[in-house]
Design a protein around this ligand. Structure first.
Ligand code: SF4
Length: 333
Protein backbone atom coordinates (compact mmCIF):
# COMPACT_ATOMS: atom_id res chain seq x y z
CA UNK A 1 0.00 0.00 0.00
CA UNK A 2 2.81 2.41 0.90
CA UNK A 3 4.50 1.80 -2.44
CA UNK A 4 1.23 2.57 -4.26
CA UNK A 5 0.66 5.81 -2.36
CA UNK A 6 4.28 6.85 -2.96
CA UNK A 7 4.01 5.97 -6.66
CA UNK A 8 0.86 8.07 -6.91
CA UNK A 9 2.74 11.04 -5.52
CA UNK A 10 5.62 10.48 -7.99
CA UNK A 11 3.07 10.35 -10.79
CA UNK A 12 1.44 13.67 -9.88
CA UNK A 13 4.86 15.38 -9.96
CA UNK A 14 6.02 14.01 -13.32
CA UNK A 15 6.31 16.01 -16.52
CA UNK A 16 7.15 14.99 -20.08
CA UNK A 17 10.59 16.50 -19.63
CA UNK A 18 11.26 14.34 -16.53
CA UNK A 19 9.91 11.18 -18.17
CA UNK A 20 11.84 11.58 -21.42
CA UNK A 21 15.03 12.52 -19.54
CA UNK A 22 14.67 9.36 -17.43
CA UNK A 23 14.30 7.15 -20.50
CA UNK A 24 17.26 8.77 -22.22
CA UNK A 25 19.36 8.04 -19.12
CA UNK A 26 18.31 4.37 -19.05
CA UNK A 27 19.00 4.02 -22.77
CA UNK A 28 22.45 5.59 -22.46
CA UNK A 29 23.27 3.38 -19.45
CA UNK A 30 22.54 0.20 -21.43
CA UNK A 31 24.25 1.50 -24.54
CA UNK A 32 27.36 2.35 -22.47
CA UNK A 33 27.47 -1.14 -21.04
CA UNK A 34 27.19 -2.55 -24.53
CA UNK A 35 29.98 -0.47 -26.09
CA UNK A 36 31.97 -0.39 -22.79
CA UNK A 37 32.37 3.36 -22.98
CA UNK A 38 30.42 5.96 -21.00
CA UNK A 39 27.77 7.79 -23.03
CA UNK A 40 25.25 10.06 -21.35
CA UNK A 41 21.96 11.27 -22.85
CA UNK A 42 20.31 13.14 -20.06
CA UNK A 43 20.57 15.22 -16.91
CA UNK A 44 20.53 13.88 -13.30
CA UNK A 45 17.07 12.55 -12.44
CA UNK A 46 17.87 12.20 -8.73
CA UNK A 47 19.96 14.31 -6.38
CA UNK A 48 21.06 14.02 -2.78
CA UNK A 49 21.87 17.34 -1.21
CA UNK A 50 23.57 17.54 2.16
CA UNK A 51 21.97 20.16 4.43
CA UNK A 52 24.72 19.80 7.03
CA UNK A 53 27.51 17.54 8.25
CA UNK A 54 26.57 18.23 11.90
CA UNK A 55 25.01 15.47 13.93
CA UNK A 56 23.77 15.12 17.49
CA UNK A 57 24.71 11.40 17.66
CA UNK A 58 27.99 9.46 17.58
CA UNK A 59 27.34 6.37 15.45
CA UNK A 60 30.51 4.28 15.12
CA UNK A 61 30.43 3.59 11.36
CA UNK A 62 29.62 7.16 10.33
CA UNK A 63 32.13 10.00 9.75
CA UNK A 64 29.64 12.57 11.04
CA UNK A 65 29.23 10.60 14.25
CA UNK A 66 32.98 10.01 14.57
CA UNK A 67 33.79 13.65 13.67
CA UNK A 68 36.35 12.15 11.29
CA UNK A 69 35.82 14.11 8.05
CA UNK A 70 38.92 15.34 6.29
CA UNK A 71 36.71 17.56 4.08
CA UNK A 72 35.34 20.87 5.42
CA UNK A 73 32.21 20.60 7.57
CA UNK A 74 29.32 23.07 7.76
CA UNK A 75 25.81 23.97 6.59
CA UNK A 76 24.58 24.67 3.08
CA UNK A 77 23.83 28.30 2.22
CA UNK A 78 20.27 29.09 1.15
CA UNK A 79 21.47 30.77 -2.04
CA UNK A 80 23.41 27.69 -3.12
CA UNK A 81 20.48 25.37 -2.40
CA UNK A 82 18.07 27.51 -4.41
CA UNK A 83 20.49 27.75 -7.32
CA UNK A 84 20.80 23.96 -7.49
CA UNK A 85 17.00 23.54 -7.51
CA UNK A 86 16.42 26.40 -9.98
CA UNK A 87 18.95 24.92 -12.42
CA UNK A 88 18.00 21.25 -12.09
CA UNK A 89 14.54 20.92 -10.51
CA UNK A 90 12.71 20.53 -13.83
CA UNK A 91 14.55 17.20 -14.41
CA UNK A 92 14.35 15.79 -10.87
CA UNK A 93 12.12 12.83 -10.03
CA UNK A 94 13.61 12.45 -6.54
CA UNK A 95 15.41 14.80 -4.18
CA UNK A 96 16.94 13.31 -1.05
CA UNK A 97 17.71 16.11 1.36
CA UNK A 98 20.31 14.09 3.12
CA UNK A 99 23.85 12.83 2.74
CA UNK A 100 25.81 12.99 5.99
CA UNK A 101 24.70 14.66 9.24
CA UNK A 102 21.24 15.26 10.71
CA UNK A 103 19.16 17.43 8.31
CA UNK A 104 16.89 18.86 11.03
CA UNK A 105 19.93 20.60 12.57
CA UNK A 106 19.94 23.04 9.64
CA UNK A 107 17.72 25.95 10.74
CA UNK A 108 16.37 26.36 7.17
CA UNK A 109 15.94 22.67 6.41
CA UNK A 110 12.14 22.77 6.15
CA UNK A 111 12.27 25.96 4.08
CA UNK A 112 14.44 24.02 1.62
CA UNK A 113 11.86 21.22 1.49
CA UNK A 114 9.09 23.77 0.83
CA UNK A 115 11.14 25.48 -1.89
CA UNK A 116 11.69 22.20 -3.75
CA UNK A 117 8.10 20.99 -3.18
CA UNK A 118 6.70 24.21 -4.64
CA UNK A 119 8.74 23.48 -7.77
CA UNK A 120 7.10 20.06 -8.07
CA UNK A 121 10.05 18.01 -6.90
CA UNK A 122 9.45 14.82 -4.90
CA UNK A 123 11.27 15.39 -1.60
CA UNK A 124 12.58 12.87 0.91
CA UNK A 125 14.88 12.96 3.90
CA UNK A 126 16.49 10.68 6.49
CA UNK A 127 16.58 11.57 10.15
CA UNK A 128 17.34 10.15 13.58
CA UNK A 129 13.99 11.70 14.67
CA UNK A 130 15.35 13.51 17.72
CA UNK A 131 13.96 16.92 16.77
CA UNK A 132 10.28 16.20 16.08
CA UNK A 133 8.77 18.72 18.49
CA UNK A 134 5.22 20.00 18.06
CA UNK A 135 6.35 23.06 16.07
CA UNK A 136 8.72 21.06 13.83
CA UNK A 137 6.08 18.39 13.19
CA UNK A 138 3.61 21.08 12.06
CA UNK A 139 6.22 22.64 9.78
CA UNK A 140 7.15 19.23 8.38
CA UNK A 141 3.51 18.57 7.50
CA UNK A 142 3.23 22.03 5.91
CA UNK A 143 6.47 21.67 3.93
CA UNK A 144 5.20 19.16 1.35
CA UNK A 145 7.79 16.54 2.34
CA UNK A 146 6.81 13.27 0.68
CA UNK A 147 8.98 10.72 2.46
CA UNK A 148 10.55 10.64 5.90
CA UNK A 149 13.02 7.84 6.58
CA UNK A 150 13.62 7.32 10.29
CA UNK A 151 16.79 5.47 11.26
CA UNK A 152 16.19 3.40 14.36
CA UNK A 153 18.21 0.31 15.18
CA UNK A 154 16.88 -1.10 18.43
CA UNK A 155 13.56 -1.36 20.26
CA UNK A 156 15.05 -1.03 23.74
CA UNK A 157 17.23 1.88 24.87
CA UNK A 158 20.07 -0.48 25.71
CA UNK A 159 20.28 -1.96 22.19
CA UNK A 160 19.39 1.31 20.42
CA UNK A 161 22.31 3.19 21.97
CA UNK A 162 24.79 0.42 21.09
CA UNK A 163 24.90 1.89 17.56
CA UNK A 164 23.09 5.26 17.90
CA UNK A 165 25.49 6.44 20.58
CA UNK A 166 24.05 9.42 22.45
CA UNK A 167 20.53 8.72 21.14
CA UNK A 168 17.34 8.49 23.20
CA UNK A 169 14.78 5.97 21.99
CA UNK A 170 12.04 7.71 23.99
CA UNK A 171 12.56 10.85 21.85
CA UNK A 172 12.22 8.86 18.61
CA UNK A 173 9.08 7.23 19.95
CA UNK A 174 7.53 10.53 21.07
CA UNK A 175 8.42 12.36 17.84
CA UNK A 176 7.10 9.61 15.59
CA UNK A 177 3.86 9.27 17.58
CA UNK A 178 3.27 13.00 17.34
CA UNK A 179 3.95 13.10 13.61
CA UNK A 180 1.67 10.16 12.86
CA UNK A 181 -1.06 11.53 15.13
CA UNK A 182 -0.97 15.00 13.52
CA UNK A 183 -0.81 13.58 10.01
CA UNK A 184 -3.94 11.52 10.75
CA UNK A 185 -5.67 14.54 12.26
CA UNK A 186 -5.01 16.50 9.05
CA UNK A 187 -6.19 13.53 6.96
CA UNK A 188 -2.92 13.79 5.04
CA UNK A 189 -1.04 10.91 3.43
CA UNK A 190 2.38 12.59 3.47
CA UNK A 191 5.13 12.37 4.45
CA UNK A 192 5.18 8.58 4.08
CA UNK A 193 7.04 7.29 7.11
CA UNK A 194 9.61 4.57 6.59
CA UNK A 195 11.25 2.99 9.61
CA UNK A 196 14.72 1.94 8.59
CA UNK A 197 16.42 -0.61 10.80
CA UNK A 198 20.11 -1.25 10.24
CA UNK A 199 20.52 -4.93 11.11
CA UNK A 200 23.75 -5.64 13.01
CA UNK A 201 25.09 -8.47 15.15
CA UNK A 202 23.99 -6.48 18.17
CA UNK A 203 20.30 -6.03 17.34
CA UNK A 204 19.31 -8.92 15.06
CA UNK A 205 17.65 -10.74 17.99
CA UNK A 206 15.08 -7.91 18.17
CA UNK A 207 13.71 -8.36 14.65
CA UNK A 208 10.49 -10.15 15.69
CA UNK A 209 9.74 -7.55 18.34
CA UNK A 210 10.54 -4.82 15.84
CA UNK A 211 7.77 -5.94 13.49
CA UNK A 212 5.23 -5.66 16.33
CA UNK A 213 6.68 -2.28 17.32
CA UNK A 214 6.34 -0.96 13.76
CA UNK A 215 2.71 -2.14 13.59
CA UNK A 216 1.93 -0.60 16.95
CA UNK A 217 3.44 2.72 15.82
CA UNK A 218 1.53 2.56 12.51
CA UNK A 219 4.55 3.50 10.39
CA UNK A 220 3.91 3.09 6.66
CA UNK A 221 6.80 0.75 5.92
CA UNK A 222 9.55 -1.13 7.71
CA UNK A 223 12.85 -1.50 5.85
CA UNK A 224 15.61 -3.79 7.07
CA UNK A 225 18.97 -2.48 5.91
CA UNK A 226 22.26 -4.36 5.76
CA UNK A 227 25.19 -2.58 7.40
CA UNK A 228 28.25 -1.43 5.47
CA UNK A 229 31.34 -2.18 7.55
CA UNK A 230 34.59 -0.38 6.67
CA UNK A 231 37.15 -3.04 7.67
CA UNK A 232 35.08 -6.13 7.15
CA UNK A 233 37.86 -8.54 6.02
CA UNK A 234 38.76 -9.56 9.59
CA UNK A 235 35.14 -9.66 10.73
CA UNK A 236 33.25 -7.35 13.06
CA UNK A 237 30.73 -7.76 15.84
CA UNK A 238 28.43 -5.60 13.69
CA UNK A 239 28.14 -8.33 11.02
CA UNK A 240 24.88 -10.21 11.76
CA UNK A 241 24.99 -13.97 12.38
CA UNK A 242 21.97 -14.44 10.13
CA UNK A 243 23.66 -14.14 6.76
CA UNK A 244 20.37 -13.02 5.19
CA UNK A 245 20.94 -9.61 6.80
CA UNK A 246 24.65 -9.35 6.01
CA UNK A 247 26.51 -7.93 3.02
CA UNK A 248 29.44 -10.17 3.88
CA UNK A 249 30.18 -13.86 4.03
CA UNK A 250 33.09 -15.76 5.55
CA UNK A 251 35.39 -17.01 2.78
CA UNK A 252 37.31 -20.30 2.68
CA UNK A 253 40.54 -18.46 3.58
CA UNK A 254 39.00 -17.29 6.86
CA UNK A 255 38.58 -13.73 5.57
CA UNK A 256 35.21 -12.01 5.16
CA UNK A 257 34.20 -11.02 1.66
CA UNK A 258 31.29 -9.35 -0.13
CA UNK A 259 28.36 -11.73 -0.62
CA UNK A 260 27.31 -10.21 -3.91
CA UNK A 261 29.58 -10.57 -6.90
CA UNK A 262 30.86 -7.23 -8.13
CA UNK A 263 29.90 -6.43 -11.72
CA UNK A 264 31.41 -3.64 -13.79
CA UNK A 265 28.29 -1.50 -13.85
CA UNK A 266 26.47 1.00 -11.66
CA UNK A 267 23.15 2.56 -12.63
CA UNK A 268 23.64 5.23 -9.98
CA UNK A 269 26.37 6.82 -12.12
CA UNK A 270 23.82 7.41 -14.88
CA UNK A 271 20.99 8.34 -12.56
CA UNK A 272 22.13 11.14 -10.28
CA UNK A 273 24.68 12.89 -8.11
CA UNK A 274 25.36 13.74 -4.52
CA UNK A 275 26.13 17.33 -3.53
CA UNK A 276 27.89 18.20 -0.28
CA UNK A 277 26.88 21.23 1.82
CA UNK A 278 29.59 23.34 0.12
CA UNK A 279 28.58 22.40 -3.42
CA UNK A 280 31.09 19.63 -4.19
CA UNK A 281 29.64 17.08 -6.58
CA UNK A 282 30.56 13.50 -5.69
CA UNK A 283 29.52 10.31 -7.47
CA UNK A 284 27.39 8.67 -4.79
CA UNK A 285 26.58 8.45 -1.09
CA UNK A 286 29.41 5.95 -0.50
CA UNK A 287 31.92 8.75 -1.05
CA UNK A 288 31.27 10.12 2.42
CA UNK A 289 34.51 12.06 2.69
CA UNK A 290 34.32 13.46 -0.87
CA UNK A 291 37.42 11.77 -2.26
CA UNK A 292 36.11 11.88 -5.82
CA UNK A 293 35.08 15.49 -6.35
CA UNK A 294 33.86 15.92 -9.94
CA UNK A 295 33.42 19.69 -9.67
CA UNK A 296 31.96 22.35 -7.43
CA UNK A 297 28.76 24.39 -7.71
CA UNK A 298 28.45 27.35 -8.23
CA UNK A 299 31.92 27.56 -9.85
CA UNK A 300 30.49 25.28 -12.54
CA UNK A 301 26.91 24.24 -13.32
CA UNK A 302 25.83 20.69 -12.50
CA UNK A 303 24.82 20.05 -16.13
CA UNK A 304 28.47 20.65 -17.16
CA UNK A 305 30.03 18.76 -14.23
CA UNK A 306 27.73 15.79 -14.97
CA UNK A 307 29.46 15.16 -18.30
CA UNK A 308 32.96 16.50 -17.60
CA UNK A 309 36.21 14.55 -18.00
CA UNK A 310 36.52 13.57 -14.32
CA UNK A 311 32.99 12.14 -14.22
CA UNK A 312 33.41 10.33 -17.52
CA UNK A 313 36.75 8.80 -16.55
CA UNK A 314 35.19 7.61 -13.26
CA UNK A 315 32.36 5.99 -15.25
CA UNK A 316 34.89 4.57 -17.67
CA UNK A 317 36.81 2.95 -14.81
CA UNK A 318 33.56 1.49 -13.49
CA UNK A 319 32.76 -0.08 -16.83
CA UNK A 320 36.25 -1.54 -17.27
CA UNK A 321 37.28 -2.61 -13.73
CA UNK A 322 35.27 -1.40 -10.78
CA UNK A 323 37.55 -3.06 -8.22
CA UNK A 324 40.16 -0.37 -8.91
CA UNK A 325 37.96 2.24 -7.22
CA UNK A 326 38.28 1.96 -3.44
CA UNK A 327 34.69 3.00 -2.57
CA UNK A 328 33.20 0.65 -5.19
CA UNK A 329 34.94 -2.42 -3.72
CA UNK A 330 32.71 -2.42 -0.63
CA UNK A 331 29.46 -1.56 -2.41
CA UNK A 332 26.56 -3.86 -3.18
CA UNK A 333 25.05 -1.63 -5.88
S1 SF4 B 1 30.39 3.03 -4.61
FE1 SF4 B 1 30.79 2.80 -6.80
S2 SF4 B 1 29.52 1.10 -7.46
FE2 SF4 B 1 28.74 1.79 -5.47
S3 SF4 B 1 27.13 3.25 -5.95
FE3 SF4 B 1 29.00 4.41 -5.69
S4 SF4 B 1 29.86 4.58 -7.75
FE4 SF4 B 1 28.34 2.96 -7.81
Amino acid sequence: MNKLITAYSYWTLLSWRKISNYFFLIASFHYSRWIKKPVLWGRPTTLSIEPTTSCNLRCPECPSGLRSFSRPTGMIQEELFKKIIDDNGQYLTYLHLYFQGEPYLHPKFLDFVSYASQRKVFTATSTNAHFLTEEIVDKTLDSGLKQLIVSMDGITQEIYQEYRIGGKLSKVHAGLSLLIHKRTERKSLYPRIILQFLVTGKNEHQLDGLKDWAKMMKVDELQLKTAQIYDFENGSELIPKNIKYSRYILGKNGKWELKKEIENKCWRMWQGSVITWDGRVVPCCFDKDAQHVMGQIPVEKLKNIWKNTSYQSFRNQLLSDRTQIEICKNCTE
